[in-house]
Write a protein that binds this ligand. Structure first.
Ligand code: PEP
Ligand code: MN
Length: 338
């Protein structure tokens, strides 16, 4: 339910409505807008008497939201959300690229790659310190040592940092070091992790599960937002299909769907979406053309010897070429890529 306040409603009136909603055992989410304030109502324990709320001072109308999405929906927030990542805006006119290796392997590796991707125009450095690997015998990440290397990258190159929290156990530590907490595809429906990510302060990048519908994807974001953290960036990274010419099938049609249904920014990860280096550039072009707010790209200075995801990692030179093309496409679309 959405309570729309009169444009002349005072702050006291808004507070009173929030109080009434919370008294009924529900959550109130006041959303001040340019023209009027609306108050979103969520909760699963109680019903609220809409007529009682409508009769209170300052209330203009009540809108019943029929879709399952509430806080993620455009009905609740008509304007595009722009997420502030340490001064970098994700969403809005400017496209943001997050780039770096699949896994943090060593200090030297990260410094070499970070210097190059920063020069090419990436604003955010990625790298897993905790890796969710299919095999327990594969490299699992440098853990806290990896997080410290990422923090050093931020200091040295002025890049923001994104890294994955693979479970609730490591979330606090990851959140302490990083600028964006990544929740990976395998964890998209790990509800205790989503809720905990919603109770910490850092923005969350939520990747689409490899067999998730878009409704399930947006409902996962709803879990994070429902705990109070509205700083959510979505990421399309492909889904499993019968196709065997590609690691995953990158579902670019999710971008316009999400843009229509939700106010949250969505970026595309063509690296995991395809798994093959020669498909990353063409699908990056397409992702921007279809309206994505940015890209997440795996880059490695020595892909042949990468400890994970070498076959899908661009070299720094290839990444530089990609950024030039993305800038050109962005300008055709009236967007920037700075
Ligand atoms: C990653 O970004 O390194 C990763 C593991 O991605 P995904 O969760 O999309 O597989
Ligand atoms: Mn990877």
């Amino acid at each position: 339910m959405l309570v729309v306040m009169d444009k002349n409603a005072t702050r006291e009136m808004v507070e009173k409505i929030c109080h009434e909603i919370e008294k009924a055992g529900l959550k109130a989410h006041p959303m001040p807008g340019a023209l009027r304030t609306a108050i979103g109502v969520t909760g699963n324990k109680q019903q609220i008497d809409a007529d009682h709320i409508l009769a209170l001072e300052g209330v203009k109308e009540i809108i019943h939201v029929t879709k399952p999405f509430k806080l993620v929906s455009r009905e609740f927030y008509p304007e595009d959300s722009v997420i502030d990542v340490n001064g970098i805006a994700v969403g809005g006119k400017n496209l943001v690229t997050m780039a770096g290796p699949c896994a943090v392997e060593s200090r030297d590796q990260c410094m070499i790659i970070a210097e190059r991707v920063a020069k090419s125009g990436a604003r955010i450095f990625r790298g897993g310190a905790y890796k969710p690997r299919t095999s327990p015998y594969s490299f699992q990440g440098l853990e806290e040592e990896g997080l410290k290397i990422l923090a050093e990258v931020r200091e040295k190159f002025g890049l923001a940092i994104i890294t994955e929290a693979i479970d609730t156990e490591v979330l606090d530590l990851v959140s302490h070091y990083t600028d964006i907490v990544q929740i990976g595809a395998r964890n998209m429906q790990n509800y205790s992790l989503l809720k905990k990510a919603g109770r910490q302060q850092k923005p969350v990048l939520l990747k689409r599960g490899m067999a998730a519908t878009l409704e399930e994807f947006l409902m996962a974001a709803e879990y994070v937002m429902n705990e109070g953290n509205h700083q959510v960036i979505l990421c399309e990274r492909g889904v499993r299909t019968f196709a065997d010419h590609t690691r995953n099938t990158l579902d670019l049609s999710s971008v316009p769907y999400v843009k229509r249904t939700s106010h949250l920014p969505i970026i595309v990860d063509p690296s995991h979406g395809t798994g093959i280096v020669h498909k990353v550039l063409p699908l990056s072009r397409a992702a921007i053309a279809v309206g994505a707010d940015g890209l997440l790209i795996e880059v490695h200075h020595d892909p042949a010897n990468a400890l994970s995801d070498g076959p899908q990692s661009l070299t720094p030179d290839n990444f530089d070429g990609l950024m030039k093309e993305i800038r050109a496409i962005a300008s055709v679309l009236g967007r920037t890529c700075e």
